[in-house]
Write a protein that binds this ligand. Structure first.
Ligand code: ATP
Ligand code: MG
Length: 342
């Protein structure tokens, strides 16, 4: 069976974008693939994380996975830092990848802001660690939101360059003509790019300082309704055709969220709401969001009451992940020419 890997950072509150852009897909892929879902805590510390908050957030992402329907027994759920292969392979990839590749990444430019010299070195090398996450399992498919497309292209470049740079050694060690697969991105969720509720040109993010910019999976019904009511919009009624959403990013985003949550298309949403004002549309959207997210948030809160149980899921998953990744890393060491024990 083809193998899927994907990760979510424990860098703050999980939101509707993470759910519709990634987690819904994670759940669906369990039917047809062997899946590895990772709470990427080493990625999270590329920007400052308060240590006590970080532990809580690692457990919260795990709870969100399970509450959304990911089965940690049939598939693998763990946190990245428990499997040291991620760090070991990332170092080798740091030496394969070029600084120029990293400098071109839009996520680095966005997150580093104006003061690039003062960003962590880890933030620059982020895509190299991400390539290690995926290739440590020789994963063939990676479900992500649209914002991660560029990083996945870099993963393909790193795999290709490793395969080329070491082609002779790869063959000499009996691995054929390629050590790493060229990974396929799966950018196919019900909504691959949900925008901020405060600014229709910025993606919804955990790391956005404004809580009103996003709907968190743990928000209660009142909070969800209030955030949608306060969401930025223009003053016009909704159009009756999708074309009419052009140049109206906030309206486009809210209609897209409705369609994704209802499992329909934007056009179908406009068939119902075209010509109506936001004052009518927003309460309907709020109700739909509460009905979809409410049960997940409730289950997350229930799971969070037993941190020992969550930690046991992560430990068991880490042991199974290690069993796959360690032999892959041993092969890399042989190919590179390192000497290793036994
Ligand atoms: P941060 O702001 O800390 O980077 P994030 O909200 O971007 O957090 P990540 O942990 O970086 O979340 O990403 C987890 C997954 O969610 C990735 O697959 C990413 O592509 C997806 N994702 C993140 N934001 C959105 C969004 N607004 N719409 C759709 N998918 C998203
Ligand atoms: Mg992100």
């Amino acid at each position: 069976q083809p193998r899927v890997f994907s990760g979510v950072q424990p860098s703050g509150n999980l939101h509707l974008g993470n759910y519709l852009g990634a987690i819904v897909n994670f759940v669906a892929l369990q039917e047809s693939h062997d899946c590895i879902y990772c709470v990427v805590d080493m990625h999270a510390i590329t920007v400052w994380q308060d240590p006590r908050e970080l532990s809580r957030q690692i457990r919260e992402v795990t709870a969100a996975f399970v509450a959304s329907g990911i089965d940690p027994v049939k598939h693998i759920v763990f946190n990245q830092s428990q499997v040291s292969v991620h760090a070991e392979l990332a170092w080798v990839f740091n030496c394969v990848a070029r600084i120029g590749w990293m400098n071109r990444m839009t996520q680095f430019k966005d997150k580093a802001g104006k003061d690039k010299e003062n960003a962590s070195l880890g933030l620059l090398a982020y895509p190299s660690l991400m390539a290690a996450d995926i290739l440590a399992y020789k994963a063939t498919h990676v479900p992500v939101g649209e914002d991660q497309k560029q990083h996945l292209e870099l993963t393909r470049d790193i795999a290709q360059k490793f395969n080329n740079d070491f082609s002779e050694s790869i063959a000499a060690h009996g691995f054929g003509d390629a050590y790493f697969p060229i990974t396929e991105p799966l950018i196919t969720g019900p909504a691959t790019r949900i925008m901020s509720l405060r600014d229709g040109t910025k993606k919804m993010s955990k790391s956005d300082p404004s809580d009103y910019s996003r709907i968190n999976l743990t928000d209660d019904a009142d909070a969800i309704a209030q955030k949608i009511r306060k969401a930025k919009t223009d003053a016009d009624a909704l159009p009756s055709e999708v074309d009419g959403l052009k140049g109206r990013p906030e309206a486009d985003n809210l209609v897209g969220i409705y369609a994704a949550l209802a499992g329909t298309t934007k056009q179908q949403v406009l068939d119902t709401f075209g010509g109506r004002q936001f004052s009518e549309f927003k309460p309907a959207l709020g109700e739909l969001a509460v009905s979809r997210l409410g049960p997940i948030g409730e289950e997350m809160r229930r799971l969070m009451q037993d941190p020992g149980h969550i930690d046991a899921i992560l430990a068991a998953g880490a042991a199974r992940a290690e069993a796959i990744a360690r032999p892959v890393m041993d092969g890399v060491k042989d190919v590179v020419g390192f000497i290793r024990r036994n």
